[in-house]
Design a protein around this ligand. Structure first.
Ligand code: PEP
Ligand code: MN
Length: 338
């Protein structure tokens, strides 16, 4: 339920309502607005009729049900777009942050070179997997803690914020000590224990859409994080499974306007995993910006031919630099800037 407070309600009355929501066994989530304050009361769906009685409390204007199953992620609860800050970057504002870097952290020299390249080309966040979710147990699983150290060193040298994937709930604290943003990969989108844990920790989260997840399931995954009190969630469309085999996945650009309508959370596009081939990355990156993406995530490698993972979809430095130059007019045409 959404409890809408009257325009100039004193804070104490808002707190009375919050306390009563808790007494009724619901979790209050407050948006303190300049015009009016709104409280989302989430919890057991069955007893929500009881919340209706809050209408009699001083300062309460109305109590209305949230119709969508995603309560806190939806526009019903919060109609204005949310922004998520990560280092100097801000997702959801008129600037479009670019996340760039290798699929996996492979060596000290390589991470440092790619960080310098990303910085110089205008990206604001460095990506790189230290813990990798591989389809095969025999494939490279990542450098682990040493990879995190190398990412931190690259941040030190460039000032870029870093995003890296977390695979297990028990690793969240350790990775959050280093990372500026925690990535939940497509294969873990419905790892509910992991979603709850990153929700508790409160660091910004980059949540990737599961390759077979509907938009509703994607938003319900985000809801897990929000319901723990962490609202710093950025959604990432990274391609879904279809019958098509000419590309690795099918980048579902429909999802961008659909998500923008349903949720206030920022939405970014990953054209690297979405296509699986470096030649298709630039056109789909531009298409992502054209349809309203709040950011891009692009895999880059100094020498894709020797990359330990996702070399085929990684851009060479010159191709990446060229793409960064070409993106600016697309951003401008979309009323944004890089
Ligand atoms: C990645 O970003 O390298 C990755 C593994 O992505 P996804 O979870 O979308 O496959
Ligand atoms: Mn990858």
């Amino acid at each position: 339920m959404i409890i809408v407070m009257k325009g100039s309600t004193p804070k104490e009355q808002v707190h009375d309502v919050i306390r009563t929501i808790e007494e009724l066994g619901y979790q209050p989530h407050v948006i303190w607005g300049t015009q009016r304050t709104v409280i989302g009361a989430v919890g057991d769906e069955r007893g929500k009729a009881r919340l209706q009685s809050l209408e009699v409390m001083p300062g309460v204007e109305s109590v209305v049900p949230i119709l969508q199953p995603f309560k806190l992620a939806g526009r019903e609860f919060k109609s204005t777009a949310s922004t998520v800050k990560v280092g100097d970057a801000e997702f959801g504002s008129d600037r479009i942050p670019i996340i760039a870097g290798p699929c996996s952290v492979e060596s000290e020299e390589m991470v440092m070179q790619l960080a310098l390249l990303a910085k110089e080309a205008g990206a604001s966040i460095l990506r790189g997997g230290a813990f990798k979710p591989r389809t095969s147990p025999y494939a490279f699983q990542g450098m682990g803690k040493e990879g995190l150290r190398l990412l931190a060193q690259a941040r030190e040298a460039t000032g870029l914020a870093i995003v890296t994937e977390v695979l297990k709930p028990e690793d969240v604290d350790m990775i959050a000590e280093t990372a500026d943003m925690l990535q939940i990969g497509a294969r873990n989108m419905q790892n509910f224990a992991l979603l709850k844990r990153v929700g508790e920790v409160g660091k910004p989260v980059l949540l990737k859409r599961g390759m077979s997840a509907t938009i509703q399931e994607f938003l319900m995954a985000a809801e897990y994080i929000l319901s723990e009190g962490n609202y710093n969630v950025v959604l990432c469309e990274r391609g879904i499974r279809t019958f098509e085999t000419a590309t690795r996945f099918t980048l579902d650009l429909n999802a961008i306007p659909v998500l923008k309508k349903l949720t206030h959370l920022p939405v970014i596009v990953d054209p690297s995993h979405g296509t699986g081939h470096w030649e298709y990355v630039a056109p789909m990156a531009k298409a992502g910006i054209a349809c309203g993406a709040d950011g891009l995530m692009i895999e880059v490698h100094m020498r894709p031919e020797i990359a330990v993972s996702d070399g085929i979809q990684s851009l060479r430095p010159d191709v990446f630099r060229q793409l960064m130059r070409e993106l600016a007019p697309f951003a401008q045409a979309a009323g944004r800037r890089l």
